[in-house]
Design a protein around this ligand. Sequence first.
Ligand code: GBH
Length: 479
Amino acid sequence: TPQGRFPALTGLPADFVFGAATAAYQIEGAHDEDGRGPSIWDTYCREPGRTAGGATGDIACDHYHRYREDIALLRELGVDSYRFSVAWPRVQPTGTGPADPRGLDFYDRLTDELLAAGISPAATLYHWDLPQALEDRGGWRVRETAERFAAYAAVTADRLGDRVHRWITLNEPFCSAFLGYATGRHAPGAREGRGALAAAHHLLVGHGLAVRALRAADPSGAARIGITLNPDRLLPATGSPADRAAARRAETLHNETWFDPLFAGRYPRGEAETWGELAGGGHRRDGDLALIGAPLDFLGINYYRPLTVAEAPHHDPDPAARTATDIRVAELPRDDVRLTTMGWPVDPHALTDLLLDLTARYPELPPLLITENGSAEADTVTGDGRIHDTERVAYLSDHLAALAEAVRAGVDVRGYYVWSLLDNFEWARGYEQRFGIVRVDYATQRRLPKDSYHWYRDLITAHRGHQARPEPTAPSTGE
Ligand code: GBH
């Protein structure tokens, strides 16, 4: 049976969506073409020491010019849906004012090419590329950025909404707020306390305003609108009260900051314990919770690995210098499981636990989509000209099995997108980390599908029950 070769499929509904995901700054390149303005990532990458080897997204995978070839790869892969992101600074080069039609033209062509290939587009409006001009006015620290974001959502939906019916407002606002404004490991590279907490709130307000704008642009009701979060499975290093308290503070920072306003109509209860006098804040207004909590059609979840946490002293003894991630929590390495080249532990069952736990804690959750899951591996081209990325195949297979286990236990998951279609610009880690199921040789821009690409294609075919290709006669090799 098809499921015999792909046990991970057992229990997934017949209309389960299989997809692949990318993001604009990580693949497009063409950073100064057709009127695109600079984003905070263009600025950040040019500052010394920010990214591995000083890498930038100036060229990346040159997808802006090669999107037809990349969509042909998606068509051959057989995915139902493709998740991409729209670059705000292509649509509005300074983040405000009338749209530059040339930027929207690109996403218009991309959308038509996807539909012609029988692939359903899923568009993320914000995958971290804030127009630099808005950062110069305060970025996500200020409410004005949330209002600008909704205006950008409206012009984008106005142009694409007749054909794009799945919208994701924000990708991983945790990263935008806390890596961008507290650890400084993401653009704009700030290290702040209150600024980062204000950014977290204004991202949520921007989401709520964008949902309102997207619904207004969709009188027919065809649009399915959601947000993508990266909830973490947080494991206390020991059962000690100190480590358990540390894990609770991390729950507030990583999960409750987002889930509580979005799905429980409240701000997190652990704020004071987590942030002390930084908590609360004058950036909140009456009515914000109702705006943020507007009903969604789905919740996107990006999942990669669990985190083991323990109590730690403050990084900075000076309270005035503390950032919003300085919450007396240390992340501990794991030595009991395999690590990917990101150093991330491979522990698929943590995904099952996470999904069950979130569903139990938030009864109002909408249906789920896994909008990213994948692994970075040290792929090498072998003598046969192929890439036998058996670790990635095992990672994907085991995580799909863990997801299917959650579905069998009653969690409503409607789809799964592999991160990523292509090797790409992995933010601060530059081009050293390869997440693609297709290799990109950056010197030539040649694409080479890895074994994981062929495995995923066969899994999708098996799920559809088409049996379009004969089963292999040799025993499968750990797939
Ligand atoms: C997701 O981020 C993103 O949505 C996607 O763009 C990204 O490519 C993918 O996952 C893989 O990372 O080591 O200090 O440079 C997940 C959150 C953000 C966590 C980047 C790791 C690197 C921090 N990731 N972060 S650092």
